[in-house]
Write a new protein. Structure first.
Length: 486
């Protein structure tokens, strides 16, 4: 199957390996941009290749078109096959260590013959990395910390990455004629920011037929384990998925059990016990072992004297039970509550869409406003805007705003907080903004005191209205910097 996310992942691997090869930056960037274009393109990749429409997609030149044609026809990208023979998975795995880019991987490969993360870690502990040109003791210590961070989070996936494939799979599973009903469960249903894999629960009177059909889906790269009630697979993208099949009578109890955190389920079982009941994944039972028949989760909660608790709140803190008992659970923020968003980049800096495309998308989503806040000039790596470019962009926004009624574009900037806490644009430019987001984009390793003072100085600027990504954390990629939040 021509899976867009899988193709994009391979193209990114190619870009990384080309960087390892020392290829020119233009060629490396072409594969990276191509990956973004493939991943975000509308429609089916195979259809676009067959019809030639792939040539109309920005960021996909003739070379990449040939690569994608081969991928659609054979499932392989030629350049990837050639480079992966030279750089085995163990070498490419080192590229996933935060802060360890292609140049450093190339250095340890050439100078020390290191080709695995284990070897890299051992060399760091022995002090061999510090002796390499361009490394030093601080870099060595950082690499060791980042290896530990990588090991801790290995195999995890961002919710935003996992939910799309999960919903697609659920739709296909529910379309199997033997399936009665199904839903996503686990941490994905609780919408945790990071998930290890995806859990799906479905009901059927023919579990083996469902498992056979599930394992045979074209996006399945590997069947990790297969049985009559549970099958585990790995998608082409690398995401793991567990499918559990139960009878329709058991379905509400199984969905409840496999959705809640262990702590939440413990609280529910304790509450059931206090009422002379027993709750598990198979049902809610009276003392005589007869089943308390419930058609859905809401009826199970009701039998326990509780209002239905949204999955996002099923974390076992205790307060969700107390509020559900009083019928006082808060209403969760819904998509329809979102009126607009401020922190947005365009192709003027490092965004993927033009100003006009961003506005069109916001209006299609039914938003009432959008803020445009491209990077400022200190972010050279992101093509940040200097004072003149900011003013030119704001003039363009003024012209666009003149044609709207009931929708507004706010003029902003994401300005860099400099080392001394200053902002990298003139007061005149900042004064022309409707809003200013101040953000840290450099020197993440400063002490708690230094970082706190730096941010407080920036916030004292009269033109600053928002603080961007306050912790500096990137889930699965970067630890937060030190900061005194009090």
């Amino acid at each position: 199957m021509a899976d867009k996310k899988h193709a994009a992942a391979i193209l990114r691997e190619v870009a990384a390996m080309l960087d390892l090869e020392g290829e020119n930056a233009f060629k490396v960037r072409a594969y990276g941009d191509g990956a973004d274009a493939v991943e975000t393109m509308e429609g089916d990749l195979a259809d676009a290749v067959r019809t030639g429409d792939i040539a109309k997609i920005k960021g996909i030149g003739k070379g990449l078109q040939a690569e994608l044609k081969a991928y659609v026809e054979t499932g392989e990208i030629p350049t990837y096959q050639a480079l992966s023979a030279k750089y085995p998975p163990s070498v490419r795995e080192m590229l996933h260590i935060p802060g360890l880019g292609p140049k450093k991987v190339r250095a340890v490969l050439d100078e020390l013959g290191i080709s695995t993360v284990d070897q890299l870690e051992e060399a760091g502990k022995l002090g061999r990395l510090a002796a390499l040109k361009g490394f030093g003791a601080k870099t060595q210590d950082k690499i060791l910390r980042n290896i530990a961070f990588w090991r801790e989070h290995k195999g995890q996936t961002l919710f935003a990455t996992a939910i799309g494939p999960a919903e697609d799979l659920l739709e296909k599973i529910c379309a199997f004629p033997q399936v009665i009903r199904g839903d996503i469960a686990g941490s994905s249903r609780r919408r945790k920011e990071v998930v290890k894999d995806v859990d799906i629960v479905a009901s059927s009177g023919s579990p083996e037929a469902v498992m056979d059909a599930f394992a045979a889906l074209p996006e399945v790269a590997e069947v990790v384990g297969k049985g009559p009630t549970k099958t585990s697979i790995r998608l082409l993208s690398g995401l793991g998925v567990d499918l559990r099949i139960v009878s329709d009578e058991q379905y509400p109890y199984a969905l409840l059990h496999f959705t809640g955190s262990a702590e939440h389920n413990t609280l529910l079982r304790g509450r059931a016990k206090s009422k002379g009941l027993k709750l598990n994944e198979y049902g809610l039972f009276r003392e005589d072992e007869s089943l308390v028949v419930c058609r859905d989760e809401a009826e199970i909660y009701d039998a326990l004297g509780l209002a239905w608790i949204p999955p996002e709140l099923r974390e076992g803190t205790g307060w969700e039970i107390a509020l559900a008992e009083r019928g006082a659970l808060p209403a969760l923020v819904d998509r329809k509550d979102l009126q607009g968003v401020f922190h947005n980049h365009t192709t003027a800096s490092d965004g993927r869409a033009t100003l006009e495309e961003m506005i069109d998308a916001a209006r299609r989503l039914g938003l009432r406003f959008i803020g445009i806040s491209d990077h400022s000039k200190a972010a050279v790596y992101a093509n940040g805007l200097d004072d003149a470019r900011v003013k030119a962009q704001h003039a363009a926004i003024d012209r666009l705003n003149a044609g709207f009624d009931g929708f507004r574009i706010f003029k902003g900037i994401e300005a860099d907080i400099l080392r001394d806490g200053g902002i990298d644009l003139s007061a005149e430019t900042l004064a022309g903004c409707d809003f200013v987001i101040a953000s840290i984009h450099s020197r993440y390793g400063e002490s708690r005191e230094q970082m706190t003072d730096r941010i407080c100085r920036a916030l004292s600027n009269p033109f600053v209205t928002m603080l961007g990504h306050i912790s500096g954390r990137l889930l699965l990629e970067r630890e937060p910097y030190e900061l005194d939040y009090d």
